[in-house]
Design a protein around this ligand. Sequence first.
Ligand SMILES: [Zn+2]
Length: 332
Amino acid sequence: MKRFFSLLLGIASLVPVLPVSHAQTPASEGTQLLAPPYIRPETARLVAEGVWVIPDLRTRFVPNIGIVEGRNAILVVDVGMGPRNGQLLWEHARKVAGQRRIYFTSTHFHPEHNFGASAFDPATIILNRAQAEELKEKGEGYLKLFKGFGAVERKALEGTILAKPGLTYSGSMHLDLGGRMVELREMPAHTRGDQMVIVEDSRVVFMGDLLENRFFPIMPDADAKGAQWIGVFDKVLALKPAIVVPGHGEVSDITLVQTVRSYLVDVQREVNARAKRGMAQDAIIKELTPRLAALHPDWDEALWIPYQIAIFYSEATGKPVSLPDLTKDLQR
Ligand SMILES: [Zn+2]
C-alpha cells in the first residue's frame, strides 16, 4: 500500500479520503503528508536572475510558487490554497515588489494553485479564458471536495473567495514587466485551462501540474488529455528551457520533461496495443498498473495510473472516458 501513502497531493479525485499512514519517511525524501498546507515564503530561492521559486518542500497541497521580477512590475505564479496562503504570499510579494506593480496568475484553477488569489487586487489578476471558465464552472465543487479531505484542509480553505480575473486572454499573451518579457501560453492537458509561464530571457518555464518531479502525472478527471499532454511536452522541449519548474517537486531542467514524456509515451503505447487486441479497460488496468508503477519506484501518486490508462483507453477506442473506481482499487 506504500504507493497510496501520499494520496491526494494536489488533485481532485472523487474518492473518499482514506486514512493516511504515518509512514516514517524522512521529510526530505517523502511527501509531507501531515504538514499543514501552508506556503513558506522565507524559503524562496533564486533560480535565475530575478526569478524566484518558493519551493513546495514536497508538502501536500502546496505548489511551487514563482515570482518574476522586472523593472516596473513583478509577476507571481500560483498561490497556495485559502485566505492565509493568499495573505502570506501577498505580503511577501509586496516586500519583493517595493514600488513596482504586482501581477498574479495561476497555472490552472486547482485549489492549491489558485484558491488564495483573492488576496491579490482583482485588477492585477490575469488568467487565460479557458482557466477562468473552468474555475467558474468547477470552483465551488472543488472547494467542497478539498474541504472534505481533512481538518487541516478544511481550516486552510475556510473563508475562501474565488477571485475573478481582471484581465483574460486566449492562446498566448506577452507581459512586459519592464526590461523583461514573460509569455503566458495556454497548453491544456492536465485541466481544460492550463497555461505555462515562460520567462523569455532566462528560459525559465513554470509548468504547473503539466509536470511533476517524482510524482506520476496527475490526470484528475475526464477533462485530462493523454496524447495532447505528450504534445505539450514536445512544445516545451522545442523551447529548449534552461530551468523547468514543476507544479510539485524539485525544480529541474529539460531532462525531467524528457523523462515524464517518455513515461506517457510508454503508457500510450502499452494501452493502445492492448486496446487493439480487444482487451477491456478493466483488464488492461489490472495487468498494466503494477508494470507502469515499477518503471519509477521512486515516484509518488501511483494511484493515478489507472486514470492515465482510462484516458488513453478512451483516446484509443473513441469511447467516452470511464474513470475506474479508485475506492475498490484502494481496498484491494
Ligand atoms: Zn492540478
